[in-house]
Unconditional design. Structure first.
Length: 366
């Protein structure tokens, strides 16, 4: 599809098993809308909705009894979507002196389709706002009630759906030409995953090249994972030698649970980076900021600014003040609607569970 959107056909069904409308319109393709969020291809639903509007407008034009009613529907829709296109098309239409030619023009739009020129960036108003206004303006822009046929019975879907045409382009890749399968895959002398070209040289039946997991893939997966989960994923996926071996063992023996992040899951890339720096007479120190004992001043009052407000307190008091505020926000996000007493109780539990030390450090503290 367009706008950087691409998909993989995961299942092919006969027409009789696809959703359809009461009057027999059959859905050709069902899309996983999560791809729009992950790939940030925001215009995909807009194209679908614009074509949905044009299809319903053509149906309304067919129902209209007079030529004037039909042209009002057509040019009103075009004007709402693209005023420049409306001015050009309406000027041409007005110049048609013969009523027969005007009727042919309208019939062509009804039976051949209404084509809208949509700029990538709207000059006057975002396309989303235009579409929202149009749904309020035209009461006949109602979503379709779709049905699926199960055992000869038509079952209505619970949610009504907007359905429209979209441009789709078949890519040159095919399952036979570009089929790739990978288990442990090839690794280089540095024990990191690398691309293998054995398939090109006819040494392997299938390609087993490593799949790239870069910046954009990381940003996409972070929409559903925490930083710790992402680090663990990378350790098992590529960066940790032990992590990759653990995954292989888990595949053959599922009862063996994968370990959580610990010191044994070292990052091979970071180790190599450290070796390079050592050659330059430098050394990288890896610090776990969550397990650092840091002394704070609790004697001298200082001035602090937080969220635009000024506070006078010690360094340690300000640290606790910020911590409580962050924990309150986290608690209310997880459990909205708590009373003040319940919130204070949860806050006390969170602070008690966190590792905070106040007082003089003990020399032999473990």
């Amino acid at each position: 599809m367009r706008y950087g959107n691409k998909s993989v056909v995961s299942r092919v069904l006969p027409d009789k098993d696809m959703p359809h409308t009461k009057d027999g319109k059959i859905v050709d393709v069902r899309l996983n809308l999560l791809a729009i969020i992950n790939r940030t291809t925001g215009f995909v639903p807009h194209e679908l909705f614009i074509n949905f509007i044009c299809d319903i407008a053509r149906e309304q034009m067919q129902k209209a009894s007079t030529l004037k009613e039909k042209e009002n529907i057509l040019f009103s829709i075009i004007k709402d979507l693209n005023e420049k296109q409306y001015k050009s098309m309406y000027a041409y239409y007005k110049d048609l002196k013969d009523t027969k030619l005007k009727k042919e023009y309208i019939d062509d739009c009804i039976y051949e389709g209404i084509f809208i020129h949509q700029n990538p960036v709207s000059e006057d108003e975002p396309i989303l706002y235009k579409l929202q206004k149009m749904t309020k303006k035209y009461n006949w822009l109602e979503p379709y009630q779709l049905y699926v046929t199960i055992d000869g019975h038509e079952i209505p879907q619970m949610i009504k759906t907007y359905m429209g045409e979209m441009y789709m382009i078949r890519l040159k890749q095919t399952d036979q030409k570009n089929f790739s399968v990978r288990n442990t895959g090839a690794i280089n002398t540095k024990e990191l995953p690398e691309r293998s070209y054995k398939n090109r040289n006819h040494q392997d039946l299938y390609s087993d090249k490593a799949i790239r997991f870069g910046e954009y893939e990381t940003l996409a997966i972070m929409t559903g994972l925490s930083e710790e989960e992402l680090a663990l994923f990378h350790a098992y996926y590529r960066t940790s030698i032990k992590g990759r071996r653990d995954v292989i063992s888990h595949i053959f023996e599922p009862e063996k649970k994968l370990s959580e992040i610990d010191s044994s899951l070292t990052n091979r890339t970071a180790e190599l980076f450290n070796v390079i720096f050592k050659a330059l007479s430098n050394e990288i120190e890896f610090i776990d900021s969550d397990n650092i004992v840091k002394s704070m001043d609790n004697s001298h009052i200082q001035e602090y600014t937080y969220h635009g407000e000024t506070y006078f307190m010690t360094e340690y008091e300000f640290y606790l003040f910020k911590l409580e505020d962050e924990l309150k926000e986290k608690i209310l996000l997880e459990t909205p609607g708590l009373t003040d007493e319940e919130l204070d109780e949860r806050l006390h539990e969170e602070l008690k569970a966190s590792k905070r030390i106040m007082g003089e450090p003990v020399k032999d503290m473990k």
